[in-house]
Write a protein that binds this ligand. Sequence first.
Ligand code: ZN
Length: 296
Amino acid sequence: MIAFLALAAAAAMQPEFCGQTPYGTGAGQTKPFICSRAQEDGGPSLNWPSKKATFKINTKGTEDIPSESDLDAGVSANLEFTTVRQGFSTWTALSCTDFQFTDGGLTASERVGFDFRRLDENENIVIFQNSWAHDPLVIGLTTATFNSQTGEIFDADIELNDEQYDFTNKNTNVQTDLLNTVVHEVGHFLGFDHTDKPGSTLPVACASTATMSKTSTLGETQKRELATTDQLGMCFVYPTGKPIQHCNPPSTTPAPPPIIRQIGSSLEDGCAQTSPATVWPLALLAVVHMLRRRRL
Ligand SMILES: [Zn+2]
Protein backbone atom coordinates (compact mmCIF):
# COMPACT_ATOMS: atom_id res chain seq x y z
CA MET A 1 0.00 0.00 0.00
CA ILE A 2 2.73 2.37 0.87
CA ALA A 3 6.12 2.37 -0.70
CA PHE A 4 9.07 4.59 -0.24
CA LEU A 5 10.84 5.38 -3.40
CA ALA A 6 13.93 7.23 -4.38
CA LEU A 7 13.29 8.94 -7.65
CA ALA A 8 15.68 8.72 -10.51
CA ALA A 9 17.79 11.76 -10.84
CA ALA A 10 17.61 14.27 -13.56
CA ALA A 11 20.61 16.39 -14.18
CA ALA A 12 21.30 20.04 -14.70
CA MET A 13 22.70 22.83 -16.84
CA GLN A 14 23.38 26.37 -17.89
CA PRO A 15 26.73 27.81 -18.84
CA GLU A 16 29.04 27.92 -15.91
CA PHE A 17 26.27 26.81 -13.64
CA CYS A 18 27.72 27.26 -10.20
CA GLY A 19 31.11 27.42 -11.82
CA GLN A 20 31.11 23.87 -13.02
CA THR A 21 30.16 21.78 -15.98
CA PRO A 22 27.89 23.53 -18.48
CA TYR A 23 24.27 22.73 -17.99
CA GLY A 24 21.35 23.59 -20.21
CA THR A 25 17.67 23.19 -20.81
CA GLY A 26 17.86 22.11 -24.45
CA ALA A 27 17.11 18.70 -25.86
CA GLY A 28 19.52 16.13 -24.58
CA GLN A 29 21.03 18.49 -22.09
CA THR A 30 21.14 18.10 -18.38
CA LYS A 31 18.87 20.49 -16.56
CA PRO A 32 20.05 22.60 -13.64
CA PHE A 33 17.09 21.60 -11.47
CA ILE A 34 15.15 18.45 -10.72
CA CYS A 35 11.49 17.80 -11.37
CA SER A 36 9.47 15.20 -9.52
CA ARG A 37 8.43 12.33 -11.72
CA ALA A 38 5.37 10.15 -11.84
CA GLN A 39 7.00 6.82 -11.33
CA GLU A 40 9.79 5.27 -9.41
CA ASP A 41 11.70 4.42 -12.54
CA GLY A 42 10.92 7.59 -14.42
CA GLY A 43 7.79 8.57 -16.24
CA PRO A 44 6.61 12.06 -16.96
CA SER A 45 7.57 14.95 -14.77
CA LEU A 46 4.89 16.55 -12.65
CA ASN A 47 3.38 19.93 -13.34
CA TRP A 48 0.12 21.78 -13.02
CA PRO A 49 -1.73 21.60 -16.35
CA SER A 50 -2.27 25.32 -16.47
CA LYS A 51 -0.14 27.95 -14.88
CA LYS A 52 -2.43 28.50 -11.97
CA ALA A 53 -3.49 26.93 -8.70
CA THR A 54 -5.58 27.96 -5.72
CA PHE A 55 -4.53 27.27 -2.16
CA LYS A 56 -6.35 27.61 1.14
CA ILE A 57 -4.98 27.66 4.66
CA ASN A 58 -6.59 25.64 7.40
CA THR A 59 -8.09 28.07 9.81
CA LYS A 60 -6.61 26.67 13.01
CA GLY A 61 -3.12 27.88 12.14
CA THR A 62 -0.43 27.39 14.76
CA GLU A 63 0.01 28.59 18.30
CA ASP A 64 3.75 28.80 17.77
CA ILE A 65 3.42 32.22 16.26
CA PRO A 66 1.47 34.69 18.34
CA SER A 67 -1.09 36.89 16.71
CA GLU A 68 -0.31 40.53 16.39
CA SER A 69 -3.09 42.73 17.57
CA ASP A 70 -3.77 46.07 16.07
CA LEU A 71 -5.95 47.67 18.69
CA ASP A 72 -6.55 50.76 16.62
CA ALA A 73 -7.88 48.76 13.75
CA GLY A 74 -9.61 46.35 16.05
CA VAL A 75 -8.16 43.35 14.30
CA SER A 76 -5.89 40.53 15.21
CA ALA A 77 -3.62 39.34 12.46
CA ASN A 78 -2.60 35.72 12.27
CA LEU A 79 0.95 36.23 11.14
CA GLU A 80 1.50 32.59 10.24
CA PHE A 81 -1.05 32.98 7.48
CA THR A 82 0.83 35.98 6.14
CA THR A 83 4.02 33.96 6.10
CA VAL A 84 2.39 31.02 4.33
CA ARG A 85 1.07 33.34 1.64
CA GLN A 86 4.51 34.82 1.27
CA GLY A 87 5.86 31.32 0.75
CA PHE A 88 3.64 30.91 -2.29
CA SER A 89 4.29 34.35 -3.73
CA THR A 90 8.04 33.83 -3.52
CA TRP A 91 7.79 31.44 -6.46
CA THR A 92 5.57 33.68 -8.59
CA ALA A 93 7.49 36.92 -8.01
CA LEU A 94 9.90 36.00 -10.79
CA SER A 95 9.34 37.88 -14.05
CA CYS A 96 10.28 34.79 -16.03
CA THR A 97 7.12 32.99 -14.96
CA ASP A 98 3.46 33.93 -15.16
CA PHE A 99 2.26 31.14 -12.92
CA GLN A 100 -0.43 32.51 -10.65
CA PHE A 101 -1.43 31.35 -7.22
CA THR A 102 -4.85 32.34 -6.02
CA ASP A 103 -5.20 32.84 -2.29
CA GLY A 104 -8.47 31.07 -1.56
CA GLY A 105 -8.54 32.30 2.03
CA LEU A 106 -9.08 30.07 5.01
CA THR A 107 -10.77 26.70 5.12
CA ALA A 108 -12.02 24.32 7.75
CA SER A 109 -11.05 21.39 5.56
CA GLU A 110 -8.44 19.01 6.91
CA ARG A 111 -8.51 16.71 3.91
CA VAL A 112 -5.08 15.80 2.66
CA GLY A 113 -5.16 13.99 -0.64
CA PHE A 114 -7.99 13.72 -3.11
CA ASP A 115 -11.45 12.27 -2.80
CA PHE A 116 -12.75 11.14 -6.16
CA ARG A 117 -16.21 10.70 -4.74
CA ARG A 118 -16.45 14.33 -3.75
CA LEU A 119 -14.79 16.15 -6.57
CA ASP A 120 -16.22 19.50 -5.66
CA GLU A 121 -14.98 19.32 -2.11
CA ASN A 122 -11.30 18.92 -2.82
CA GLU A 123 -9.07 21.84 -1.96
CA ASN A 124 -5.36 22.45 -2.01
CA ILE A 125 -4.72 23.11 1.63
CA VAL A 126 -1.89 24.12 3.93
CA ILE A 127 -2.43 22.75 7.40
CA PHE A 128 -0.46 22.88 10.64
CA GLN A 129 -0.79 19.41 12.17
CA ASN A 130 -0.45 19.39 15.94
CA SER A 131 -0.88 15.65 15.92
CA TRP A 132 1.69 14.50 13.40
CA ALA A 133 1.01 11.16 11.77
CA HIS A 134 4.30 10.86 9.93
CA ASP A 135 7.98 10.45 10.71
CA PRO A 136 8.72 12.88 13.54
CA LEU A 137 11.84 14.06 11.76
CA VAL A 138 9.78 15.31 8.86
CA ILE A 139 8.97 18.99 9.18
CA GLY A 140 6.79 19.42 6.14
CA LEU A 141 5.08 17.05 3.79
CA THR A 142 3.40 17.75 0.49
CA THR A 143 0.94 15.26 -0.94
CA ALA A 144 0.29 15.58 -4.64
CA THR A 145 -2.37 13.79 -6.64
CA PHE A 146 -1.66 13.50 -10.33
CA ASN A 147 -2.29 11.60 -13.51
CA SER A 148 0.56 9.16 -13.91
CA GLN A 149 0.25 9.12 -17.71
CA THR A 150 0.53 12.83 -18.16
CA GLY A 151 2.15 14.00 -14.95
CA GLU A 152 -0.58 16.59 -14.54
CA ILE A 153 -1.13 17.54 -10.93
CA PHE A 154 -4.69 18.18 -9.92
CA ASP A 155 -4.40 18.42 -6.17
CA ALA A 156 -1.64 19.19 -3.68
CA ASP A 157 -1.69 19.67 0.06
CA ILE A 158 1.00 20.81 2.46
CA GLU A 159 1.17 19.52 6.02
CA LEU A 160 3.43 21.19 8.58
CA ASN A 161 4.68 19.33 11.62
CA ASP A 162 3.39 21.51 14.42
CA GLU A 163 3.84 18.77 17.00
CA GLN A 164 7.59 18.31 16.88
CA TYR A 165 8.78 21.69 15.64
CA ASP A 166 8.59 25.19 16.97
CA PHE A 167 7.86 27.45 14.04
CA THR A 168 9.06 31.04 14.15
CA ASN A 169 8.72 33.95 11.78
CA LYS A 170 11.30 36.41 13.09
CA ASN A 171 14.91 37.09 12.32
CA THR A 172 16.00 36.61 15.89
CA ASN A 173 15.79 33.47 17.98
CA VAL A 174 14.96 31.56 14.86
CA GLN A 175 13.86 28.00 15.48
CA THR A 176 12.16 26.27 12.56
CA ASP A 177 11.66 29.20 10.26
CA LEU A 178 8.19 29.02 8.80
CA LEU A 179 8.94 30.83 5.58
CA ASN A 180 12.05 28.71 5.05
CA THR A 181 9.84 25.63 5.36
CA VAL A 182 6.89 26.81 3.30
CA VAL A 183 8.90 28.07 0.33
CA HIS A 184 10.48 24.61 0.13
CA GLU A 185 7.16 22.82 0.32
CA VAL A 186 5.63 25.07 -2.32
CA GLY A 187 8.45 23.96 -4.59
CA HIS A 188 7.17 20.41 -4.20
CA PHE A 189 3.62 21.67 -4.67
CA LEU A 190 4.75 23.00 -8.06
CA GLY A 191 6.36 19.70 -9.02
CA PHE A 192 10.01 20.15 -8.10
CA ASP A 193 12.15 17.56 -6.40
CA HIS A 194 15.17 17.79 -4.12
CA THR A 195 18.26 19.16 -5.76
CA ASP A 196 20.42 16.92 -3.60
CA LYS A 197 18.41 13.75 -3.84
CA PRO A 198 20.30 10.50 -4.24
CA GLY A 199 21.76 10.31 -7.72
CA SER A 200 21.58 14.04 -8.34
CA THR A 201 24.32 15.24 -10.64
CA LEU A 202 23.86 18.88 -9.78
CA PRO A 203 27.04 20.47 -8.52
CA VAL A 204 27.07 20.05 -4.79
CA ALA A 205 27.66 23.74 -4.22
CA CYS A 206 24.39 24.48 -5.99
CA ALA A 207 22.35 21.52 -4.83
CA SER A 208 23.12 21.90 -1.16
CA THR A 209 22.31 25.59 -0.99
CA ALA A 210 19.06 25.54 -2.94
CA THR A 211 15.60 26.07 -1.53
CA MET A 212 14.89 22.56 -2.81
CA SER A 213 17.76 21.10 -0.85
CA LYS A 214 16.35 18.35 1.31
CA THR A 215 17.81 19.28 4.67
CA SER A 216 18.08 22.31 6.85
CA THR A 217 19.62 23.16 10.15
CA LEU A 218 18.03 24.71 13.18
CA GLY A 219 17.63 28.41 12.64
CA GLU A 220 18.12 28.22 8.89
CA THR A 221 16.56 30.96 6.76
CA GLN A 222 18.44 30.35 3.52
CA LYS A 223 15.48 28.71 1.81
CA ARG A 224 13.35 31.81 2.20
CA GLU A 225 14.82 33.02 -1.07
CA LEU A 226 15.10 30.98 -4.21
CA ALA A 227 18.54 30.00 -5.38
CA THR A 228 19.51 30.08 -9.03
CA THR A 229 18.65 26.44 -9.55
CA ASP A 230 15.18 26.96 -8.08
CA GLN A 231 14.56 29.97 -10.28
CA LEU A 232 15.76 28.17 -13.40
CA GLY A 233 13.32 25.37 -12.72
CA MET A 234 10.37 27.71 -12.33
CA CYS A 235 11.36 29.67 -15.44
CA PHE A 236 11.71 26.50 -17.47
CA VAL A 237 8.52 24.69 -16.51
CA TYR A 238 6.17 27.68 -16.27
CA PRO A 239 7.65 30.29 -18.63
CA THR A 240 6.02 33.67 -19.08
CA GLY A 241 3.91 33.87 -22.22
CA LYS A 242 4.79 30.37 -23.36
CA PRO A 243 3.34 26.91 -22.92
CA ILE A 244 4.38 24.74 -20.02
CA GLN A 245 7.54 22.80 -20.66
CA HIS A 246 8.11 19.31 -19.38
CA CYS A 247 11.33 18.15 -17.81
CA ASN A 248 10.29 14.69 -18.93
CA PRO A 249 7.51 14.31 -21.47
CA PRO A 250 4.10 12.78 -20.94
CA SER A 251 3.73 9.23 -22.08
CA THR A 252 3.01 8.86 -25.77
CA THR A 253 2.22 5.20 -25.65
CA PRO A 254 -1.25 4.65 -26.89
CA ALA A 255 -3.57 4.86 -24.32
CA PRO A 256 -4.50 2.50 -21.76
CA PRO A 257 -6.96 4.32 -19.60
CA PRO A 258 -5.05 6.80 -17.51
CA ILE A 259 -4.06 5.41 -14.18
CA ILE A 260 -4.82 7.89 -11.52
CA ARG A 261 -3.04 7.39 -8.30
CA GLN A 262 -2.28 9.42 -5.32
CA ILE A 263 1.19 10.20 -4.27
CA GLY A 264 2.41 11.71 -1.11
CA SER A 265 5.82 13.13 -1.34
CA SER A 266 7.35 13.17 2.03
CA LEU A 267 9.06 16.42 1.74
CA GLU A 268 11.15 16.60 4.75
CA ASP A 269 12.26 20.08 4.59
CA GLY A 270 14.80 19.93 7.18
CA CYS A 271 15.10 16.80 9.03
CA ALA A 272 18.38 18.18 10.16
CA GLN A 273 16.59 20.45 12.53
CA THR A 274 18.83 20.23 15.50
CA SER A 275 21.08 22.50 17.39
CA PRO A 276 24.82 22.03 17.01
CA ALA A 277 25.02 20.91 20.60
CA THR A 278 22.73 17.96 20.26
CA VAL A 279 24.09 14.54 19.69
CA TRP A 280 22.46 13.82 16.37
CA PRO A 281 25.03 13.91 13.63
CA LEU A 282 23.74 15.99 10.79
CA ALA A 283 24.28 13.27 8.25
CA LEU A 284 22.00 10.91 10.07
CA LEU A 285 19.27 13.43 9.95
CA ALA A 286 19.52 13.96 6.26
CA VAL A 287 16.45 11.91 5.67
CA VAL A 288 16.00 11.02 2.07
CA HIS A 289 13.11 12.12 0.00
CA MET A 290 10.28 9.69 0.30
CA LEU A 291 7.36 9.12 -1.92
CA ARG A 292 4.24 7.67 -0.40
CA ARG A 293 2.17 5.92 -2.97
CA ARG A 294 -1.40 4.91 -2.45
CA ARG A 295 -3.38 3.11 -5.02
CA LEU A 296 -6.90 4.33 -5.15
ZN1 ZN B 1 11.49 18.37 0.43
